[in-house]
Ligand binder design. Structure first.
Ligand code: PLP
Length: 412
């Protein structure tokens, strides 16, 4: 019998023995080890651990708002294409979202748009570093600080990458990490604020004392999720959760009603071993990614995403744009089983139900919309085999030979 095989779009192998050690470990000790690893990786000496990345982002924005003395600064600038949890966190923190368009070639902010913002109303700007590709973080940090705004370096997808020799997550005033299912390291759920700012750390320490600890039931549910994740991530079993519609795997749903709790300390027992092997994990991802990036970027209907020379990415997934929408849909259909996915289905301004809750700089988002309709991500995780890479590359090389639609879609 031939086993049915399907690849997830991303994910990390979790050894069962690490999950078992969550059950037995001494919780405060593992939390301490996790904090120390994060400090070593990012250089920040304060880490606050939350139930999710979005809970961490909400807490961080709330603290920034509390220590800010200028009441006209209510906006948080976010890119037009990023994780839906980012605008959700801003709204949950009671702040206002200001969407700024991206550069379709890099997925970083569009500099011209960014520089024409009214910075006097900006509290914070958030980087995105999607798929492990660092934004121009030194520029964002300088721009924010010279305009009296905070900067959050969102390293949810980029832990271990560097820009200008500095760790992604260490730019600006504080960094955000996520230990969600498809992230660089995972415990299915989890999020972290890292910071070296003493005023933020003091405020966060104060706020953290009233963040509830997860219940015993939550602990058991999370450990059960770890087992399910570890078992069903395997390519011979992944088709099972994929075929259960109530799990909504791979669907991106906007939700700004999430709870904020502390991280379950015991889950650190599965994260720490991944952090210890982080360089190795990321090198393996990059070596798979390097095999997808063939040819020049402007040939045919394919577009690679540009990486600045000062950046060392860690390809959590390998993003590529397919500018012909019919060919893109065909590609996604044919290569779904090999872990190829569309990523976020819409630009931030087109999230169903978000209209009226957000402000948009310059009222367009042409590039963000175009990217949402073009982007495809290719898998770089540990379950991808040589043969998978060859098959995906065969599909890509066909697309490369077909003329693109760049003459029709002017931005790209
Ligand atoms: C996943 C993610 C988040 C939020 O993290 P969760 O743990 O899923 O809440 C924030 N920003 C980016 C860029 C992400 O990819």
């Amino acid at each position: 019998m031939r086993l049915k095989r399907e690849l997830p779009p991303s994910g990390n192998r979790l050894p069962i023995r690490d999950i078992l050690s969550c059950l037995g470990s001494s919780a405060p000790a593992s939390q301490e080890v996790l904090r120390n690893s994060l400090t070593l990786l990012t250089g920040h000496d304060n880490a606050f651990l939350y139930s999710t990345g979005r809970a961490a982002m909400t807490a961080l924005l709330t603290s920034m708002s509390a220590i800010n003395t200028d009441s006209s600064r209510q906006f948080v600038v976010i890119p037009s294409y990023t994780c839906y949890s980012v605008p959700a966190s801003v709204l949950k923190a009671g702040l206002r979202v200001l969407v700024c368009d991206i550069d379709p070639h890099t997925l970083d902010y569009d500099r011209t748009q960014l520089e024409s913002l009214d910075w006097s109303t900006v509290l914070t700007i958030v980087s995105s570093n999607l798929y492990g590709i660092p934004n121009d973080l030194a520029y964002l940090e300088h721009l924010a600080h010279s305009n009296g705004a905070f900067m959050i370096d969102d390293a949810a997808q980029c832990l271990g990458a560097t820009a200008f020799g500095r760790a992604v997550g260490s730019f600006g005033d504080a960094g955000i990490l996520s230990f969600d299912k498809g992230k660089v390291v995972t415990s299915v759920n989890g999020g972290v604020i890292i910071t070296s700012s003493s005023s933020l750390a003091d405020r966060l320490t104060m706020e953290y004392s009233s963040v509830p600890s997860p219940s015993r039931v939550t602990l058991l549910a999370e450990i059960a999720k770890l087992f399910v994740y570890a078992i069903f991530l395997n390519p011979t079993l992944y088709w099972i959760p994929e075929s259960l519609p109530f799990l909504r795997l791979g669907q991106t749903i906007y939700d700004d009603e999430f709870p904020t709790e502390r991280y379950i300390d015991r889950l650190a027992a599965v994260v720490v071993p991944q952090l210890d092997r982080l360089e190795h994990l990321n090198n393996d991802r990059n070596s798979i990614a390097s095999r997808y990036s063939f040819g020049t970027s402007e040939m045919g209907t394919l577009r690679n995403i540009g990486v600045s020379e000062s950046a060392e990415p860690i390809y959590l997934r390998y993003p590529v744009r397919i500018t012909n929408s019919r060919l893109r849909l065909n590609f996604l259909k044919s290569y779904r089983k090999l872990g190829c996915r569309a990523s976020y289905p819409t630009c931030i301004v087109d999230i169903p139900g978000i209209e009226g809750k957000i402000a948009v700089h310059n009222d367009t988002c042409q590039a963000g919309r175009a990217v949402a309709g073009q982007l495809v991500t290719l898998p770089t995780h540990q379950f991808v085999t040589d043969r998978d890479i060859r098959e995906i590359c065969a599909g890509l090389s066909q697309l490369q030979g077909i003329p693109g639609q760049s003459h029709q879609t002017s931005v790209v």
